[in-house]
Design a binder for this molecule. Structure first.
Ligand SMILES: [Zn+2]
Length: 334
């Protein structure tokens, strides 16, 4: 389990740092208009399912982007209901991807992110990665770096929570790129509201402990306080007890998994590559992406690494898209 190690050595330093207040930003009128257009056209797909170009669940949207279906009554004759729905879905997919292309241009992405395929009807069975087992682990939450799938999808996960850049919320919402947040209380408790906004945009919030300690160095009771304490905090702030937990630095022992299980954790996703604003750090021997890979990155700002959160997204999305992958929503698979 030494394969995977988080490189957030600056975490402790960040704890003492005040939240930066982003300076005034100028926005072109065109951008505002674009947001309005995206908001009205894609509202149906933006919640819960992570969007990502999916259109099959358009049923939740009422209205939404499929008005063309009702605009062509002649095409949806009697007995062709399923056909009409399929057609409407396809039209909505094309429209969603066209809107994403506009957003990609606005946010200066090198390429338009690919649309993810529909999520699996049944979630895959996930086992602990070979070499990552602990004694007595058979009944404990699985620890893994990759989700079993043949689809060319990867999952984007963002850790800690120190940097709270409003641009990230807008960017990901407009691009319809799903991601999952693994939050540590000590860096988010100065601004819980930021992550509330994130949650309202369909992002699931998960557990990354109260204070980001090296868990194997703690007693079982101390680990339980760190993990279950954060379960309680997230439930209190955001109304939902997380099912996913990621140990700080990727370090854990059997006690960690027992403690996590005791307070409702179902799975422990680690990662197989890590994204930065200017490079990727690969954890697999072939230094590449694979179907189902979990990509780690962090909520960090310009004082931590060479760029902003949008810079990091631009870089990781170029890597992912160039390699022919789409970003899917982790919670659809795990
Ligand atoms: Zn962390």
């Amino acid at each position: 389990m030494q394969l995977v190690r988080q490189t957030d050595e600056k975490v402790a330093e960040r704890q003492r740092r005040q939240l930066r207040h982003p300076g005034p930003r100028t926005r072109a009128v065109a951008a505002v208009l674009l947001i309005a257009a995206l908001g009205s056209a894609c509202a149906a797909g933006s919640e819960g399912r992570g969007g990502a170009g999916r259109t099959g669940d358009g049923g939740g949207g009422g209205g939404g982007p499929v008005e063309s279906a009702s605009g062509e009554p002649g095409r949806a004759g009697p007995g062709t209901g399923a056909e009409a729905v399929k057609k409407a879905d396809a039209a909505a997919a094309v429209k969603a991807q066209a809107l994403r292309a506009v957003a990609a241009k606005k946010w200066k992405l090198a390429k338009t992110p690919l649309a993810a395929p529909a999520p699996p009807a049944v979630k895959p069975k996930i086992a602990t990665r070979k070499g990552f087992e602990v004694t007595g682990g058979a009944s404990l939450p699985p620890v893994f770096t990759n989700v079993p799938t043949k689809e060319k999808v990867v999952f984007l996960t963002i850790d800690d929570g120190a940097e709270k850049d409003p641009e990230l919320l807008r960017m990901m919402d407009e691009l319809k790129i799903p991601y999952s947040a693994f939050l540590s209380d000590y860096v988010i408790n100065d601004n819980y509201a930021y992550f509330k906004k994130m949650q309202a945009r369909g992002v699931s919030l998960h557990n990354h402990t109260l204070t980001h300690p090296y868990l194997p160095g703690l007693s079982y009771e101390e680990q339980k306080r760190e993990i279950c304490g954060q379960q309680d905090k997230i439930k209190k702030q955001y109304g939902k007890r997380p099912e996913l937990f990621r140990p700080p630095f990727g370090n854990y022992n059997a006690g960690t998994l027992r403690a996590a299980k005791s307070c409702g954790v179902k799975a422990v996703p680690l990662w197989s590559s890590e994204a930065f604003p200017d490079h990727m750090e690969w954890r697999e021997w072939d230094r590449d992406l694979h179907p189902g890979d979990i990509v780690l990155t962090h909520f960090r700002g310009k004082e931590d690494w060479k760029g902003s959160m949008p810079d990091m997204i631009r870089h990781v999305m170029k890597t992912i898209t160039d390699k022919g992958y789409a970003v899917a929503k982790l919670e659809d698979y795990v």
